[in-house]
Design a protein around this ligand. Structure first.
Ligand code: MN
Length: 152
């Protein structure tokens, strides 16, 4: 039994080593999507993990689909965030500045430690790809919800 477990462990290690040097295709739908939790999102948002960080990039890629009215809570990213709006119309706001429109095809860079939120407009859904970078095991620091008054 011990020998079998050891063989399996070696086989797994081998597979991991090989995969680090080969193209990896993560098939659509293989990683379960989750509904964004109420602490970090207002309204209905679906978070789909796409690619976890690896040793080379330390980048974490996901997709977020926001229903009309849905948005993140206020938050910061320790190493910034790249957003690529893929469908719909949304809003992004940096603390102390005016809310800005973002639309399909727009690319948004959010610098490290800048307090902000992003989401759909009140009348349109919005989806974006989101790339963040891991620092000491974290890629986001969640703060308080965006109130309806702040959102509007
Ligand atoms: Mn963000």
């Amino acid at each position: 039994m011990k020998r079998i477990i050891a063989a399996a462990a070696i086989s797994l290690m081998g597979a991991a080593q090989v995969s680090a040097e080969e193209i990896e295709i993560r098939r659509n739908g293989n990683t379960p999507s989750v509904v964004g939790n109420a602490e970090n999102f207002t309204g209905h948002a679906v978070v789909s993990p796409l690619l976890p960080p690896n040793e080379t990039t330390r980048a974490n890629l996901g997709q977020v689909d926001f229903a009309p009215g849905a948005r993140t809570a206020w938050h910061t990213h320790p190493a910034g965030q790249l957003l690529i709006v893929t469908t719909g119309k949304g809003w992004v706001q940096e603390e102390g500045k005016a809310r800005q429109d973002i639309n399909s095809g727009d690319v948004v860079w959010i610098p490290a430690r800048v307090r902000h939120w992003h989401g759909a407009t009140s009348t349109s859904p919005m989806s974006h790809l989101a790339m963040t970078y891991m620092v000491d095991g974290k890629n986001v620091n969640w703060l308080e919800p965006v109130s309806d008054a702040q959102y509007q």
